[in-house]
Design a protein around this ligand. Structure first.
Ligand SMILES: C[S@@+](CC[C@H](N)C(=O)[O-])C[C@H]1O[C@@H](n2cnc3c(N)ncnc32)[C@H](O)[C@@H]1O
Length: 358
């Protein structure tokens, strides 16, 4: 794969040096450095680069019911905390809080903590949540580890840097990014031992095909498992399983770039486009268990949301808007339900990993 640009920033030139860097190191730079996509220009939704479920108000409102159920199962504590990882532009937080404040008794002290590495997004979240502070303590500080807590992460795992690997008859290779005659290009080199061991154990792909390996899952689960006293957590994302890898479903792996809702080469505009990869669910669930979570089987997002009360939430929303004579969902809400639960939308492609620690 070869990039199309004819010049790169001085910072990227320094990073690449003479010999280049692994794809994972490049992806980390392209997303999270000062010049990176999430620091500089991230934009979600219709006018942005990609949609997420967070842009649908019914998603957050339904997750409020999940949080409320967790609060009940914790024994209705007086102090309760919701921690959201990677809250993007704050839409999920806004719609969840609007609903959760109605569900919880007014006397409950509710804290909502946003864990966000991007300064630009923290500012957008602050603006978005200004009107939602009523009775809720909103902060970007460390979560309070003494509280019963719900942790939510929508499309965060897919945004972690990954190494790209290729299985060959002679062993594992990994992708390396170099600057070559005015272009970024991808080379395949023998993979280091640690990566080869992980790939051999976890990635049963056919020979001459590619996949990804993410070292970041464990770090993220390890920090999140310390965010509360008892924790119920949801990790929602698109992803791939070991069985799907073995079937050769994605011979060229799953890394892709997005800009203005179009697929782009991840090397073509470093720092200007989003780069993402499917979550490797078996690896993520194993990382969660390694750090002390108990995990439930993966569930389709559509099934999860229906079980969590999505249709009731949609109907209640319609009644709120149109009164009791309502005969069905408004066009807008019906569209949201379709997007969130149907296989053609996010209903089957997205899955939910539920983890908890008692
Ligand atoms: C694809 S966006 C999803 C945003 C939002 N959750 C949504 O659904 O619209 C990925 C988010 O994860 C954040 N992120 C990346 N690495 C993270 C980390 N290690 N901890 C917490 N958030 C992270 C990004 O800055 C961004 O907010």
């Amino acid at each position: 794969m070869v990039g199309r640009q004819t010049g790169i920033s001085p910072e990227l030139t320094v990073l690449l040096g003479h010999d280049g860097v692994s794809f994972g190191r490049y992806m980390e730079w392209a997303l999270y450095s000062e010049q990176g996509y999430y620091q500089k220009r991230v934009s979600l939704g219709k006018q942005g680069d990609f949609f997420t479920a967070a842009q649908f108000s019914l998603f957050g409102a339904t997750l409020a019911h999940y949080a409320w159920d967790a609060w009940l199962s914790f024994g209705e504590p007086q102090n309760f905390q919701v921690v959201e990882l990677g809250p993007g532009q704050g839409e999920l937080a806004a719609s969840l809080l609007a609903r959760l404040r109605q569900l919880l008794p007014q006397t409950v002290n509710l804290s909502y903590v946003l864990v966000e590495p991007s300064l630009r997004l923290r500012q957008l979240q602050g603006q978005r949540l200004q009107g939602e502070k009523d009775g809720v303590r909103i902060s970007w500080q460390s979560p309070d580890a003494s509280l019963d807590t719900v942790v939510l992460a929508n499309e965060v795992l897919d945004a972690l840097p990954v190494e790209r690997v290729r299985k060959t008859a002679g062993g594992w290779q990994w992708a390396w990014v170099t600057w070559n005659r005015s272009q970024l290009s991808l080379q395949w080199r023998p993979a280091p031992a640690k990566l080869s061991v992980a790939a051999t154990h976890w990635l049963p792909i056919p020979v001459d095909t590619e996949a990804e390996w993410c070292w970041g899952y464990e770090k993220l689960f390890r920090s999140s498992v310390c965010y509360g006293r008892r924790i119920h957590s949801l990790w929602m994302d698109y992803g791939i399983t070991r069985e799907e890898l073995a079937s050769g479903l994605r011979p060229q792996g799953t890394v892709r770039g997005f800009s203005h809702h179009q697929l782009v080469d991840p090397l073509s505009t470093p720092g200007e486009a989003d780069i993402t990869a499917d979550v490797f669910w078996d690896g993520a669930a194993d990382a969660a268990r390694q750090v002390g979570y108990t995990t439930r089987s993966l569930v389709l997002q559509g099934t999860f949301l229906r079980n969590a009360g999505l249709l009731g939430v949609a109907l209640a929303e319609s009644i709120k808007k149109s009164g009791l004579q309502v005969t069905g969902l408004s066009h807008e809400l019906a569209g949201q339900v379709r997007q969130l639960v149907l296989p053609g939308g996010m209903g089957e492609r997205f899955k939910v990993l539920e983890c908890w620690r008692d």
